[in-house]
Design a protein around this ligand. Sequence first.
Ligand code: NI
Length: 162
Amino acid sequence: MVENDSSKTGVLLISHGSRLPYGKEVINTLADMYRKTTDYKVGVGYMEIAQPDIATAIDNLVEGTEINKIIAVPVFLAHGVHTKRDIPTILRLPVEEIDKPEKNSNKEGHNHHNHGHGHSHKHSHSHDIKKVNFDGKIVYTEPLGADSLILEIIKNRVNTAE
Ligand code: NI
């Protein structure tokens, strides 16, 4: 396991963002739980809709610190357009080719109201999106994925269902 200097390393949890409060409650609670168990400074940023956006969250995370490395964790279950394209773009990281085009690629040029995962909102495009302003290193991790810990949560839901 890599030892990161906690005075120079920040952790950013990246959540999708929603107009309803539940997503924020969950990610902020997770961030608070994490803070109690770590010396890292932990921040939260949103892909879209909610604030702070990722770039602002990184400004907040770094401000007044010596942080020169950020570990950015997409708190998404699986990869999708946001984790493969949009978030790396915001983080100024290389963007991989995405295997499949968006299902709802449209006939009207930029479709601002659907980007393939079933919710409607005006979302940012890579040409107008706010990108990070950070000189240090950004390490972008995998999403949560098919992890046995996730399975434990699923089992717990099943076992406590009546
Ligand atoms: Ni979205």
